[in-house]
Design a protein around this ligand. Structure first.
Ligand code: HEC
Ligand code: HEC
Ligand code: HEC
Ligand code: HEC
Length: 288
């Protein structure tokens, strides 16, 4: 038996079969992370929704060159819809909602570029290989599998098809905690539990990273509170001016977007930043 550079064993076929029969080998994944998730849409994807023609993973969302810069999403390889495409939760008119709602934010637009059901997964700005549209490269869905339509969109009536009506989804583009305390000067340090306009929200951490104000909600038991980790609930910063009315605020705003709760690269069930045991995701933000 030989070893790969990273120490994984390279099994001889006969040995592997014997160990499989003994139940020793099991289904040991070749790679950790996104490769084992439904977000691996390449031909080697472990999920049901696959595309032939490329074995790449990242290319369905990111490109190293020529990315969309209409919104602040890292190296985005897909065309984003205008924020006005979507009906937002606040238009439902629940009397309990405190926070101001801004137009759907960049990262949510990125998720919705597949999850609103409007655009095929294999539509990308820069295809894998040499050139934006590569001759002979045919990225087509493996039909009859998963929840994709024959033309590569997430099918209608499937729960993963969020659609363009977001009134039936947890609010996004929504101010955290009903908005920052009115008297806070920006940039400012962390805000403590109950320090928001809506008192039923946990405190947030703040840092200025690389010149940007960054806010997050620390999830207990996932590293130091003062350090931002991918297992913390991320809040997305937007200027108070220009995008939305912001009660009581004088500076940057911390908003909830899709990736506040989800990490699209995570192996956790439903891509949650932390497992939702005892509703840990919900209770990370809500004091209930
Ligand atoms: C299904 C879509 C999707 C796929 C596939 C995907 N990403 Fe991402 N990625 C995103 C989104 C959305 C963000 C923005 C997240 C945010 O703003 O919090 C992101 C952010 C990132 C970031 C910056 C933030 C961070 O989490 O570090 C890096 C780096 C990154 N992706 C690398 C990769 C690599 C490498 C691959 C392939 C192995 C990959 N991604 C595959 C959707 C995807
Ligand atoms: C390139 C297209 C694409 C992008 C971009 C994308 N997804 Fe997905 N996502 C999919 C597909 C395809 C599935 C599988 C759908 C199915 O089988 O019903 C999926 C499944 C999911 C699931 C369900 C996982 C499960 O275990 O059932 C969640 C949650 C999810 N995505 C969240 C997100 C979030 C949040 C973002 C943005 C940060 C995002 N996705 C961006 C294509 C995408
Ligand atoms: C406040 C937290 C939160 C936000 C914001 C959020 N989600 Fe989710 N999402 C969840 C949780 C929790 C689940 C798991 C639901 C379950 O276990 O039934 C989930 C499930 C999903 C699923 C799988 C469908 C299902 O319910 O089984 C998809 C797809 C998804 N989310 C996409 C998105 C997209 C796209 C956005 C932004 C438009 C978004 N989510 C915003 C918390 C959130
Ligand atoms: C990242 C932080 C965050 C997480 C995680 C989170 N929420 Fe929220 N939630 C918010 C914010 C912010 C609001 C808007 C509150 C407001 O403005 O009144 C909200 C609003 C709500 C509302 C009320 C909307 C209204 O009309 O008053 C409900 C119900 C809710 N969330 C349930 C959940 C559930 C259930 C979960 C877990 C699946 C969850 N939330 C996870 C931040 C979060």
């Amino acid at each position: 038996m030989s070893l790969f550079k990273d120490g994984r064993a390279r099994w001889a076929g006969g040995v592997a079969t014997a160990l499989l029969a003994l139940g020793v080998l099991g289904s040991a994944p070749a790679l950790a992370g996104i490769a084992n998730t439904k977000h691996n849409l390449g031909a080697l994807g472990t999920g049901a929704n696959k595309f032939t023609g490329t074995q790449e993973i990242c290319v369905f969302c990111h490109t190293p060159h020529g990315a969309d810069i209409s919104a602040a999403v890292p190296l985005w390889n897909r065309v984003l819809a205008a924020p006005t495409t979507y009906q937002t939760y606040n238009s439902l008119g629940t009397s309990s909602l405190d926070g101001a709602t801004a137009p759907v934010g960049s990262v949510s637009l990125a998720c919705l570029s597949c999850h609103d059901g409007g655009q095929a997964m294999n539509v990308m700005i820069n295809q894998p290989g040499s050139g934006t549209t590569v001759a002979g490269l045919n990225i087509t869905p493996v039909t009859g599998q998963g929840n994709l339509t024959a033309d590569g969109k997430i099918g209608a009536g499937v729960i993963t098809n969020i659609g363009t009506d977001l009134r039936n989804d947890h609010p996004i583009g929504i101010q955290y905690g009903g908005g920052m305390p009115g008297n806070i000067a920006y940039p400012a340090a962390a805000v403590a539990d109950g320090g928001f306009r809506d008192k039923d929200f946990r405190g947030v951490q703040w840092s200025n990273l690389n010149g940007n104000d960054v806010w997050w909600v620390d999830t207990p038991g996932t590293g130091a509170a003062g350090t931002r980790e991918k297992t913390d609930m991320q809040l997305y910063t937007r200027l108070a001016t220009g995008t939305s009315p912001v009660p009581g605020a004088t500076g940057n705003q911390a908003l909830v977007e899709c990736a506040s709760c989800h990490d699209p690269h995570s192996e956790n069930p439903t891509f949650l930043r932390v497992a939702n045991t005892n509703s840990a995701v919900c209770l990370a933000c809500h004091i209930k």
